[in-house]
Design a protein around this ligand. Structure first.
Ligand code: FAD
Length: 311
């Protein structure tokens, strides 16, 4: 049965984020309404191309997350959604938790697959050791999807642009308590690891902070973000914001290149849902070689510059 499905869209510089297009694709076959916080006219065509029959500009009085969540909750009721999906990004995690509280509905976060018709989701458990398929018995399927876990695929429809605003007084007692004063980009304008389509990671073998430049040069050629293992972070070669793994970030890029990373379970937990894993390690018996799709036995200081040059 076709379900009325809302998708919260994230827009940056008047462009729909690739991760949101993946979430739209998860809803293919349903009656999709794309919800854009702000004016959606610049992204209308893109959203129609990916299956949104309705494209809604949501007007909030300001960008306080509790106010935005309250208006989204009102939209859920207005459009009678049976499912509402978003990205498990910083924004999505924040808004969906608030939405779940306002609507008093369960939230399943960081899913890697969703079947809206059957109300089932797949998500990883126990630091990525197992995957569980959960059946959701609530009237509303409220879920966030791990960035890049679903490849965007166009499914064009004629999209209709509309507007929604609501008086949310009484819907959320905390309305307006949080004010965003400033949004700061990463100091060097680096790509967000959790949303990057390609990641090149340096482990303990990188030996010094300045050697990350070698990976950054390669990353520029690949349109990649640069990550680090915990050993590299603990050694002071990279900041914790770059750490991938159980106590770092969970990533799901199309391509993950691990350079001088042994492949400990705690690291693997954070990147195992990558589509293609490449490992470069001088030890042919390193555990990472049993977890990768392609392996190069060699010194990263020999292999990475050659790779960069070829690219
Ligand atoms: P190592 O294990 O030391 O591996 C370095 C690898 O580099 C080796 O395989 C070696 O053969 C290879 N090498 C050395 N020199 C070269 C060279 N010149 N060229 C090519 N290869 C070379 N780890 C994480 O990464 N993320 C986490 O979030 C995380 N959370 C943890 C949470 C807990 C509770 C615990 C207990 C541990 C956690 N760890 C985490 C640590 C994890 O167990 C490993 O210690 C860590 O991942 C090892 O990092 P590494 O692979 O860079 O270093």
């Amino acid at each position: 049965m076709i379900q009325k499905t809302g998708v919260l869209i994230e827009v940056e510089n008047n462009t729909v984020k690739e991760t949101s297009l993946g979430v739209m694709t998860a809803a293919t076959g349903q009656e999709i309404t794309a919800l854009v916080l702000g004016n959606a006219s610049a992204v209308k065509d893109k959203l129609a191309e990916y299956g949104a029959a309705k494209i809604v500009s949501i007007t909030a009085a300001d960008d306080s997350p509790d106010l935005q969540a309250a208006i989204l909750a009102a939209a859920v009721k207005e459009y009678n959604f049976e499912a509402l999906l978003g990205t498990a990004s910083a924004t999505g995690r924040d808004l969906f938790a608030r939405l779940a509280a306002i609507l008093d509905e369960p939230l399943v976060s960081d899913c890697v697959q969703v079947n809206i018709a059957e109300k089932t989701v797949k998500k990883s458990h126990f630091s990525g050791k197992t995957f569980a398929t959960l059946k959701i018995n609530s009237s509303l399927l409220l879920c966030t999807i791990r960035p890049n876990s679903i490849d965007p695929a166009a499914s064009p429809v004629a999209g209709e642009l509309m507007e929604f605003t609501a008086d949310v007084t009484g819907l959320n007692n905390n309305r307006g308590l949080i004010k965003i004063k400033e949004t700061k980009k990463d100091d060097q304008g680096k790509m967000d690891l959790t949303e990057a389509p390609v990641i090149i990671t340096g482990g303990r073998a990188i030996k010094a902070a300045e050697n990350y430049k070698m990976l950054e040069t390669c990353a520029q050629k690949l349109g990649a973000a640069v990550g680090a293992s915990r050993a590299a972070v603990d050694a002071g070669y990279a900041p914790h914001s770059m750490q991938v793994g159980q106590t770092g970030k969970t990533v799901s890029p199309k391509l993950y290149i691990a350079c001088g990373v042994s492949g400990a379970v705690q690291h693997y937990a954070g990147m195992k849902t990558s589509k293609v894993i490449v490992a470069i390690n001088e030890d042919k018996d390193a555990p990472i070689f049993s977890k990768c799709d392609y392996g190069i036995v060699g010194d990263i200081f020999d292999v990475v510059p050659v790779l960069t040059e070829k690219l």
